[in-house]
Write a protein that binds this ligand. Structure first.
Ligand code: FAD
Ligand code: EPU
Length: 330
C-alpha cells in the first residue's frame, strides 16, 4: 500500500493500492491499453482521500510549456502536470498579464479547467482557448474549444459529460496584450497604480493572511461552493439579516458567500474531532489535529445541516471526496 498523505493537501494518513505516474503520452497510451484509472490526480489540492483507496490512481506528471505571440496576443500551451502557480509566476516575470489575480492557487494546470479556477474577480475560462484531452472511450487525443467546455462558476463539461472519460493533457491559453487590470475585488481596490507585479504581490499577501498553507495545516481551500439562489430566497433571508453580503449573478439569481452563512452560525474557529473551521476563513476546513476522513465528513455534515436549518440553503461541497472505491456526495 502507498501512503497518500503527501499526495493530497488534506494530508490524511490514508493509503492506496496502486499509484501510476503518467509522465508521457506514451505512458498514458500504454496504461490505457490495460485499464482505466479509478481516479486521476494532480496535486491533490481539491481531492480528499477520506479513507484507504482501493482503486488505481493515475498521477499526472506531464510537463512542458511553450510561449508564442503575435501583435495582439500571447499564446501559451502548457502540459497539464505543470504547477499552476509556477506558470503564473513565470508569466509575471515575462510581463505577460492576465493570470496575476490567480496567483498562489495550488494545483496543476490540468485541473484548472475542471472547476474553472477563480479568485479575486477572475476565472481561468477567460484565457483558455482550447483543452486537449485523452479520451478513454476511444483512446485518442481530442481537442475541445473553450465554448464547448461549458465553463461556469466552479464548473465545466469535465465535471459532467467528460467526467471519467477525459484525461486532460494540455491547456492552450490566449492572453490579450491589451486588457484591463481587474482590481474591483476586496483589498485589490486599494491598489493605487495597479500593475501585473503589484496585483500578483497583493493577491499573494491577501491569500497568505486568510488561507491556511497546506504545508502547515492540511486543507483543500474552500470546502463548499458559494450558493447561487433565486432572488426571492435571498430577499427573504435579507429581511432577517439586512447586512448579508451578496453578489448579483443576473436579474434573478444572487450569489451568497457560504463563508458568511457558516460564520454567522458561529462555526468559525470551532474544532470537532481534530477538524477546524478556519479562524480566518470560515469556508475552509482544516486537518487541525490528527483529524480523520470520518471526522471531516461528520463536521461538514453538521455545518451543512445547520445552514439548511437556519437559511434553507443546501450547500454543495467543492472538494472531491473519495471513499474506498467511489466518490462521496454529502
Ligand atoms: P486535484 O485535487 O488533484 O484534482 C481535482 C479534480 O480534478 C479531481 O476530481 C481529479 O480527478 C481531476 N483531475 C485532476 N487532473 C486531471 C486531469 N489532468 N484530467 C482529468 N481530470 C483531472 N480553487 C479555486 O478555484 N480558487 C482558489 O482561490 C483556490 N484556493 C485554494 C487554496 C488552497 C489553500 C487550496 C488547498 C485549494 C484551493 N483551491 C482553489 C482549489 C484547488 O487549488 C483547485 O481546485 C486546483 O485546480 C486543484 O488542482 P490539483 O492539481 O490539486 O487537482
Ligand atoms: N466572509 C465571512 N466570514 C469569513 C470569511 C468571509 O463572513 O470567515 C464573508 C465576507 O463578507 C467576505 C465574503 O464572505 O467579503 C467573501 O469572502 P472571500 O473574499 O474570502 O471569498 P469566498 O467567497 O469565501 C471565494 C472562493 C475562493 C477564492 C476567493 C477570492 C469559492 C467557493 N471560494 O471565497 O476560492 O480564493 O473567493 O476570490 O468560490 C477555493 O475555491 O478553494 C477558494 C479558496
Amino acid at each position: 500500500m502507498i501512503s497518500l498523505s503527501a499526495l493530497h493537501t488534506f494530508g490524511f494518513n490514508t493509503f492506496a493500492k496502486s499509484v501510476k505516474r503518467v509522465d508521457s503520452l506514451s505512458t498514458l497510451y500504454a496504461l490505457a491499453q490495460q485499464n482505466i484509472p479509478n481516479v486521476i490526480l494532480g496535486e491533490g489540492s481539491n481531492t480528499v482521500f477520506t479513507e484507504d483507496y482501493y482503486g488505481v490512481i493515475w498521477q499526472n506528471c506531464l510537463s512542458g510549456i511553450t510561449f508564442t505571440e503575435d501583435s495582439d496576443f500571447h499564446y501559451i500551451t502548457a502540459a497539464s502536470g505543470e504547477n499552476w502557480h509556477q506558470l503564473v509566476t513565470k508569466c509575471v516575470s515575462l510581463s505577460i498579464g492576465g493570470f496575476e489575480n490567480l496567483a498562489l492557487i495550488p494545483g496543476t494546470v490540468g485541473a484548472a479547467p475542471i472547476q474553472n479556477i477563480g479568485a479575486y474577480g477572475v476565472e481561468i475560462s477567460s484565457f483558455i482557448s482550447e483543452v486537449e484531452y485523452f479520451d478513454f472511450q476511444d483512446k485518442t487525443l481530442k481537442t475541445i474549444n473553450a465554448y464547448n467546455c461549458q465553463f461556469g462558476y466552479r464548473d465545466s463539461i469535465f465535471k459532467h459529460e467528460l467526467r471519467d472519460v477525459a484525461f486532460i493533457t494540455k491547456v492552450m491559453f490566449s492572453l490579450p496584450k491589451r486588457y484591463e487590470f481587474v482590481t474591483h475585488y476586496g483589498e485589490l481596490s486599494e491598489l493605487e497604480n495597479p500593475s501585473i507585479d503589484s496585483i500578483y504581490e497583493a493577491v499573494i499577501r491577501v491569500r497568505k493572511n486568510k488561507l491556511p498553507d497546506p504545508h502547515q495545516v492540511g486543507n483543500a481551500g474552500s470546502f463548499f461552493k458559494n450558493p447561487v439562489v433565486p432572488l426571492e430566497v435571498f430577499e427573504s433571508i435579507q429581511i432577517q439579516f439586512p447586512d448579508i453580503p451578496h453578489y448579483p449573478i443576473s436579474d434573478k439569481y444572487i450569489k451568497i458567500p457560504a463563508a458568511w452563512l457558516i460564520d454567522t452560525l458561529g462555526f468559525k474557529g470551532t474544532i470537532e474531532d481534530g477538524i477546524q473551521c478556519h479562524p480566518q476563513q470560515a469556508l475552509v476546513l482544516t486537518n487541525y489535529n490528527n483529524g480523520t476522513g470520518r471526522s471531516l465528513l461528520n463536521f461538514a455534515n453538521i455545518i451543512k445541516s445547520a445552514v439548511k436549518a437556519q437559511f434553507g440553503i443546501v450547500l454543495e461541497h467543492e472538494v472531491q471526496l473519495l471513499g474506498q472505491t467511489e466518490r462521496i456526495v454529502l
